[in-house]
Design a protein around this ligand. Structure first.
Ligand code: FAD
Length: 347
């Protein structure tokens, strides 16, 4: 981007000063709003309060979607206003009508910041909206803050070994995606309310190349609810074999926990890739994260370090995981896991 190093100190170009407010694209699917939208609403509120501007939610959907209900929920999480766009062609997500709708909304109301969840839908939509608008997009951010009049968006880079902070100085809106569970869920305030602004799309079915024929849920994805699990027992390569990895399942079953794994484990085929925690897997925030035979590489750490309580089991007392675990057990996972399973089974 031409703003470059010199751009940091320059004033915002005159034509960009009209852009005001922080927006969150509210993602919903078959009757449910994705929690990442409320996590982003909490972040949007903080950014907007620093800038002294308002927060708006964007709700797009078809006749069967209860957008007004979602708007009411959005206010309780910090939105001041919701833009509602309802059209038959917006029933179920498709890139073309959603890109046109969101791009039109941005062009007519000019927000300075637009946030989306780094979900399958959010990633698809954010990329095409940013390209259509010709603005900057920072994907998979781990921190958002205001630096002067611009948003400083931090994300991992170089395979997760470095964090970089990106600012979009010469274009608006500044766009960012954030993965589920990276930001904390804000507290609800049921006394809050807000305005609704209704918008039309102006697109007909024949304008759209993609046709939505049917929705077939992915059965494996529905069973693995890692991102929102309260307890996760995770296993690493220190377990040595797929047979030993069953010890992780046994403890998880007794605790009513989900099973997680490192990339080394999913690549070895000891469990499904949906269970991978980390930079290229899921980001989790459980109350308890038990890490057995996991070294604590940075790419794994970024996906689980926000857990309330991390218990690490590792034979190497110098393993990096002990630098950030709350409790450490130096010992073999093959011995410690069965003892924990037995102990919790008896309680
Ligand atoms: P190892 O690093 O091999 O660690 C095994 C640990 O087990 C060691 O600390 C050892 O001391 C301990 N151990 C040995 N025997 C025992 C025993 N009997 N009992 C207990 N402990 C024992 N990794 C992820 O996890 N998630 C990601 O999303 C991810 N994304 C990546 C993206 C990129 C671009 C790159 C380059 C890498 C990524 N990785 C990711 C891989 C990451 O760098 C590490 O290689 C991986 O996390 C290591 O997995 P591990 O801890 O299971 O194995």
């Amino acid at each position: 981007r031409p703003a470059g190093r010199a751009g940091r100190n320059t004033e915002l170009p005159e034509h960009l000063k009209a852009y005001k407010g922080v927006w969150v694209f509210i993602e919903h699917d078959r009757g449910h709003v994705h929690s990442v939208s409320w996590e982003l609403m909490g972040e949007a509120r903080k950014l907007a309060d620093t800038l002294g501007v308002t927060v708006s939610g964007v709700l797009m959907g078809g006749p069967a979607d209860d957008l007004e209900l979602y708007a009411k929920e959005a206010y309780t999480y910090g939105a001041d206003r919701c833009y509602l766009m309802r059209d038959p062609v917006l029933q179920g997500y498709r890139n073309e009508p959603f890109t046109k709708g969101l791009t039109d909304l941005v062009n007519s109301h000019q927000p300075e910041i637009l946030l989306l969840g780094a979900t399958t839908m959010g990633r698809d939509l954010a990329g095409s909206v940013a390209t259509t608008l010709g603005t900057g997009l920072t994907a998979d951010c781990t921190e958002l803050r205001i630096d002067g009049r611009a948003m400083a968006a931090t994300r991992p880079t170089f395979g997760g070994s470095l964090l970089c902070t990106i600012m979009t100085l010469a274009y608006r809106p500044q766009m960012a995606t954030v993965r589920p569970r990276v930001m904390a869920m804000p507290r609800r305030d049921d006394t809050r309310s807000g305005d609704i602004v209704e918008m039309t799309l102006g697109m007909v079915e024949t304008d759209i190349v993609t046709k939505l024929l049917d929705f077939i849920p992915d059965a494996t994805r529905n069973t693995v609810n890692l991102a929102y699990a309260d307890i996760i027992v995770s296993g690493g390569k220190g377990l040595k074999t797929a047979e030993n990895f069953k010890l992780v399942w046994e403890l998880a079953r007794v605790l009513g926990a989900e099973v997680g794994a490192t990339r080394a484990v999913t690549q070895a085929g000891w469990c499904e890739t949906e269970r991978q925690v980390g930079q290229t897997g899921k980001t989790v925030r459980p109350k308890l994260y038990i890490a057995a035979g996991i070294s604590g590489a940075i790419q794994h750490r970024v996906g689980m370090e926000s857990s309330d309580c991390i218990v690490a089991i590792n034979t190497d007392p110098n393993a990096p995981i002990f630098d950030f675990a709350h409790h450490g057990i130096v010992g073999s996972a093959m011995q410690v896991l069965p003892v924990l399973t037995q102990t919790f089974r008896n309680h």
